[in-house]
Design a protein around this ligand. Structure first.
Ligand code: ADP
Length: 255
C-alpha cells in the first residue's frame, strides 16, 4: 500500500513539475515573440526615414534639385529625416537599457523642482506657449531623478506637439498619503477612451498615418511606462474635464 501511495505522490510531483516547465517554455516563447515583433517594428520605423534620405540623395545626384530653392528643400528634408532617425535610435537605446532589468538608482528627490525644470525646458522649445508648473514648496519622492526627468520631458513634449499652439499646458502635483501624483494636463484632442491602455504600447500611435510625417515613432509613452513600472508606480491617461488629455504618474514617497 505504501509503495502505491509513494508512486502516486511521485506521479503528482512529476505532473506539477511538467506543468511548471510548460509554463516556463510558454513564457519564454511569448517573450521571444515579443522580441521578434519589437525588432520587426524597429526595423520598419528605421527604414522609413532611411528610404526618404536615400531618395533625396539620389535626386540630388541626378541633378533634379539644381534650383537653389529646391536644393534647400531637399537638404531640409534630409536634415528632418536624419533627426527623426537620431531620436528613434536614442529612444531604442533608452528602452534597451530599461529592458535589461537593472533597478533604478533611487534617492529622495524634490519632484516639484524636477517639474519646474521640465516646464522651463518645454517653454524653451516652444516659446510663447503657456506652460505652468508647481510652486516652490518641495515635494519629495523616492526615485531616479534622471529617469523622472525623461518621463516629464516625454509627457510635456507630447502635450505640446499633439495640441493646438494656443492651448495651455499645466503640470500639477497632488500628495495623498505616501504617494505623489504628477498630472500633465493639456487641452488638445485628448486620447479616445478605446486607446487609453494601448497608448502605452511600443510603436503605438493614435493616428499612425497622419503622424508618420510629423510625430515620433510611438515610443515616448512606452519609455515613460517602463520607467514608472521600474519604480513600482502607476501611469495612466485620463480625460481633462472640458477636453484634452491628462497623463498621471503616481510615485511613492517611501524609501
Ligand atoms: P510619440 O513619440 O510618437 O509621440 P508616444 O508614445 O509618446 O509616441 O505617444 C503615442 C501616441 O499617443 C502619439 O502618437 C499620439 O497619437 C498620442 N498622444 C500622446 N500624447 C498625447 C496628447 N497629449 N494628446 C493627444 N494625443 C497624444
Amino acid at each position: 500500500v505504501d509503495k502505491t501511495t509513494e508512486v502516486g505522490r511521485l506521479g503528482l510531483a512529476l505532473n506539477t513539475m511538467l506543468g511548471r516547465i510548460e509554463d516556463a517554455l510558454d513564457q519564454r516563447s511569448r517573450s521571444e515573440q515579443r522580441l521578434r515583433t519589437f525588432v520587426a517594428d524597429a526595423s520598419h520605423e528605421l527604414r522609413t526615414p532611411l528610404t526618404s534620405i536615400l531618395g533625396y540623395a539620389q535626386m540630388f545626384r541626378r541633378g533634379a534639385a539644381a534650383d537653389p530653392d529646391d536644393l534647400r528643400t531637399v537638404m531640409r528634408r534630409i536634415e528632418d529625416e536624419s533627426s527623426r532617425m537620431a531620436r528613434l535610435v536614442e529612444d531604442l537605446l533608452v528602452l534597451a537599457r530599461l529592458d535589461d532589468g537593472r533597478p533604478p538608482r533611487c534617492a529622495e528627490v524634490d519632484v516639484a523642482a524636477l517639474c519646474r525644470d521640465a516646464v522651463l525646458d518645454a517653454r524653451l522649445h516652444e516659446p510663447g506657449r503657456v506652460i505652468s508648473g508647481p510652486g516652490d514648496e518641495p515635494v519629495l519622492v523616492v526615485a531616479d531623478a534622471d529617469q523622472v526627468r525623461q518621463v516629464l520631458a516625454n509627457l510635456l513634449r507630447n502635450a505640446v506637439t499633439h495640441t493646438p499652439p494656443g492651448t495651455p499646458v499645466d503640470v500639477r502635483l497632488t500628495k495623498s498619503g505616501d504617494e505623489v501624483a504628477i498630472d500633465v494636463v493639456d487641452h488638445g484632442p485628448g486620447i479616445p477612451a478605446e486607446y487609453h491602455e494601448r497608448v502605452f504600447d511600443r510603436f503605438f500611435r493614435v493616428a499612425a498615418g497622419r503622424e508618420r510625417d510629423s510625430g515620433g515613432a510611438g515610443l515616448g509613452l512606452s519609455i515613460a511606462a517602463a520607467v514608472v513600472s521600474a519604480h513600482g508606480g502607476q501611469i495612466s491617461v485620463l480625460d481633462t474635464p472640458g477636453g484634452g488629455a491628462t497623463f498621471r504618474v503616481v510615485l511613492s514617497g517611501r524609501t
